[in-house]
Design a protein around this ligand. Sequence first.
Ligand code: SAJ
Length: 428
Amino acid sequence: PTVAVVGLGYIGLPTAAIIARTGCAVTGVDVSPEVVETINRGAIHIEEVDLDGLVQAVVSRGTLCASTQMPRADVYVIAVPTPFEKDGEHTPDTGYVMAAADAIAPVLEAGALVICESTCPVGTTDAVRDRLAALRPDLAMPGLAAGTPDIAIAYCPERVLPGRILEELVHNDRSVGGVTPRCARKAIAFYKRFVRGECIATDARSAEMTKLVENAFRDVNIAFANELSMIADKQGLDVWEVIRLANRHPRVNVLQPGPGVGGHCIAVDPWFIVHGAPEDARVIRTAREVNDAKMHHVLKRASALIEENPRVPVACLGLAFKANIDDFRESPARFIAARLARTFGSRINIVEPFARELPIEFGETGAKLVDIDTALETCGILIVLVDHDLFRSIPAEERAHALVYDTRGIWAADTPAPGRATPLRLAS
Ligand code: SAJ
């Protein structure tokens, strides 16, 4: 089949490339002419393991091209962002999904399959169907009237982990939610072309909720760890030790505390559930609040440590939203480091092996990007914000001179807990 993938971001581009690798003619559609031009050169505008080589291969083979125009296709895959509005209510903004439907409608032909992969509040896929039905009354849409519909529509969320996208796109199981069972069957037949994991048929609304539940589950579990870390901090306990011991229980698996929750999904998707059920989603809402509060807790702790040690140079280790990736968007580490830079200026040094320069907000602060060796040689305060392998591998003797605030617990095994020995180590 011919395929149009709408939205060439972190999900759309890898998905388009993987489908193109199966030999389908794929057009990637994006509103940005720069993105389109980059891909048509065989290059990429995002970082993801092995994606550069794959895109270059499928573009040069001619199975992937990019365009700002929606082509006619047999299969449309929508992979555009669904942010929430900054209205205090966290109202989901499905505008990009609806705009994609509007762009598809004029070129839609009988026999086509429309799949939405964007994270969506429950009911969005039905809304897409209704939109297409309104724009194309000449085509029979699924679930609206008796008889075989002309179009199939399904919701099939992605669940790939940044840093492992190409592998997980192929090997993860997928929930495939049809507007009708026939739609699910059509979508599964398509995914079978490149998915080795199991494709499980369900209805669109259940698939929409499933995606939200997955990320809310992780958010709630991280909130549990972050809440523990703040309790342990007050009680002078080493949270890493407590978690390590608790996890020896056969049915306990506490996640790791950190400086907050970043990325584009886990800190966003739970709000979609809360927005849809504000009275009932109490744990999910509180978890979001706890994880956001952790970021401010870390900022306060770090600021106090820096103030108590005037003139000592400080190194903030990491800007990325999680370990071993170069994605600095929606990152608590970046937020904390930038706030510290604004307050303490040139005392702040940033170590981020994945950055060539500091993000814009560090501009006039006087903070510098330095390498890890410079930081270890010149800084008497080390604040660990990201658990990059590079930081994890620093042996105890190379940081023995410094005051350490390890928000990720990467040096937990060999650094004494506060109150038990010096040098100072703040545990949480
Ligand atoms: N984090 C902790 N402690 C932990 C685990 C994570 O503080 O024990 C933090 C990370 O440092 C990071 C944030 O949580 O700031 C999110 O990282 P992550 O690795 O948990 O997840 P993402 O955002 O990279 O990807 C998630 C994944 N969802 C789940 O694991 C349920 C991925 O499978 C989804 O496809 C992705 O969201 C998405 O696109 O929705």
